[in-house]
Design a binder for this molecule. Structure first.
Ligand code: CDP
Ligand code: CDP
Length: 222
């Protein structure tokens, strides 16, 4: 398959990373989880008790922080200065603060540069919030994935249950809605559907159905 770039954006728990990973595998493309980069920086900032409203301090921290995303077939770990933080960056504390860290223009500029470098050769499936609009404006395939907030909260609830964690569905819904609001209303590169993106509502679709739709788009455009 021709090495094109695929941009997948959408709100939390729409199914982006699950689907992006599988699409990349099927096409022998590289999956890049940009959310993991913002999460890794947030993890470090919380650890060092940095004021999350202080953009320049966060940029300083980012400049001293090596974030590595292992390829999925090598384990898919996220390393920060060599430390495996794959699990830690998914914890509540990081999830509930990441939208504050990601609103700063300096932070975004540096991470977007790294993301663009990773996709220079093509053959990348990248998911996030601003991929189709800012990171890969020329991506051959752009998908904007949505689902109702009820369904998205239910998905996270079930994921937590599988990990043995009991969560409050209403609270999850509130947290997801707040993060959507912060991500959509920020000044720099807000979560937005690119004009040339194809919207897929995954509320009542299976993972395989969503994958099939995206593969169809890739085949059409490669
Ligand atoms: O997996 P989930 O949808 O919960 O979130 P994620 O993709 O890991 O992204 C975590 C957060 O990072 C988002 O809520 C955004 O605040 C930020 N983010 C961003 O601003 N731009 C991106 N390209 C990716 C993530
Ligand atoms: O990356 P994003 O936050 O958009 O979503 P995710 O981390 O891939 O989580 C979506 C969750 O919903 C996973 O547990 C999937 O198994 C499930 N799911 C899905 O991704 N797509 C569907 N069509 C149905 C369920």
């Amino acid at each position: 398959m021709k090495k094109i770039n695929v941009a997948i954006d959408g709100p939390a728990a729409a199914g982006k990373s699950t689907v992006a990973k599988r699409v990349a595998e099927k096409c022998s493309f590289i999956y890049i989880d940009t959310g993991a980069m913002y999460r890794a920086l947030t993890y470090k900032a919380l650890e060092q008790k940095i004021d999350l409203e202080d953009g320049p301090k966060l940029v300083d921290l980012l400049l001293q922080t090596k974030i590595e995303l292992e390829p999925a077939d090598k384990g898919g770990k996220v390393l920060v200065n060599g430390e495996d933080v794959t699990k830690e960056i998914r914890e509540n504390d990081v999830t509930n603060h990441v939208s504050i860290v990601s609103k700063h223009s300096g932070v975004r500029k540096l991470l977007v540069e790294r993301q663009q470098q990773l996709s220079r050769q093509g053959g990348v499936v990248m998911d996030g919030r601003d991929i189709g609009t800012h990171v890969l404006p020329n991506a051959e395939v752009k998908v904007f994935m949505v689902a109702s907030v009820e369904e998205r909260a239910k998905r996270r609830f079930e994921e937590n249950l599988q990990k043995g964690i009991q969560t409050d569905l209403e609270k999850l819904k509130e947290e997801i809605s707040l993060r959507d609001k912060l991500d959509s209303e920020r000044e720099v590169a807000p979560l937005q559907k690119a004009i040339d993106a194809v919207e897929i509502d995954t509320t009542s679709l299976s993972i395989d159905e969503v994958i099939a739709k995206i593969i169809e788009l890739i085949e059409e455009r490669s």
